[in-house]
Design a protein around this ligand. Structure first.
Ligand SMILES: Cc1cn([C@H]2C[C@H](O)[C@@H](COP(=O)(O)OP(=O)(O)OP(=O)(O)O)O2)c(=O)[nH]c1=O
Length: 196
């Protein structure tokens, strides 16, 4: 089996892949996260593709690169990582008492000897319902520091879990890596990433 590379600096993505039992190395991509796409699926797929391709350029030999990009969407507008307290407050108060969508785009590039290079790009959507939050609850959550490296200014796997009224779709897709979807998309290509 060739080298599996997670093209991400996200501790959450690392944790999800580790917990699934996949052997991999990390090569964080610092690709410019800029896209001219406007609809959610194309935005996250384009951004994930940028990250994978930036790592591919530096790779030799055989490999399987996995990258991802997660955005929270409310009323069709993307919420990325908050720029500061003010931005985090605005995001969290707009998510309060409502349902929103979380899209994660995934790009997988496979290079094997004597085979054409293969690129799989897809997206996964989950819905999240947030309870109504008071001003104090939002302020307290922001003071925890948790919002600042998270799309949508929250971590469903962290302190924000207590404010989630319900979810639809894959949980890990919200955290940042739809591992079930990734595993099965690769099985369709005859690749079992759990095989040592
Ligand atoms: C919605 C949500 C996002 N997140 C995190 C996952 C990602 O780390 C981050 C989304 O930002 P991304 O830009 O997708 O990823 P990143 O910059 O953190 O890492 P990289 O680009 O190197 O892969 O938000 C959570 O941890 N929990 C959540 O509930």
């Amino acid at each position: 089996m060739y080298k599996i590379i997670l093209a991400s600096g996200s501790p959450r993505r690392k944790e999800i892949l580790e917990q699934a039992g996949v052997d991999f190395v990390i090569k964080a991509s610092n690709a410019e996260e800029i896209t001219d796409k406007t609809n959610p699926p194309e935005m996250v797929e384009d951004l994930a593709r940028l990250k994978a391709e930036e790592i591919k350029k530096k790779e030799e030999g055989e490999f399987l690169i996995i990258s991802a990009d997660t955005l929270v969407f409310l009323d069709g507008s993307p919420l990325g990582k908050p720029k500061g307290r003010e931005d985090a407050y605005h995001m969290l108060s707009s998510l309060s008492g409502r349902k929103h969508e979380v899209y994660t785009g995934v790009a997988i590039i496979i290079r094997e000897k004597r085979k054409a290079e293969k690129e799989l790009v897809f997206h996964q959507m989950s819905r999240v319902e947030v309870e109504t939050l008071s001003k104090e609850q939002i302020e307290a959550y922001i003071s925890s520091g948790e919002p600042f490296d998270k799309a949508g200014a929250y971590a469903i796997q962290g302190k924000f879990a207590v404010h989630i009224s319900g979810i639809e779709g894959e949980y890990n897709n919200i955290v940042g890596l739809p591992i079930a979807r990734i595993y099965h998309e690769l099985l369709k290509e005859g690749i079992d990433i759990l095989k040592k």
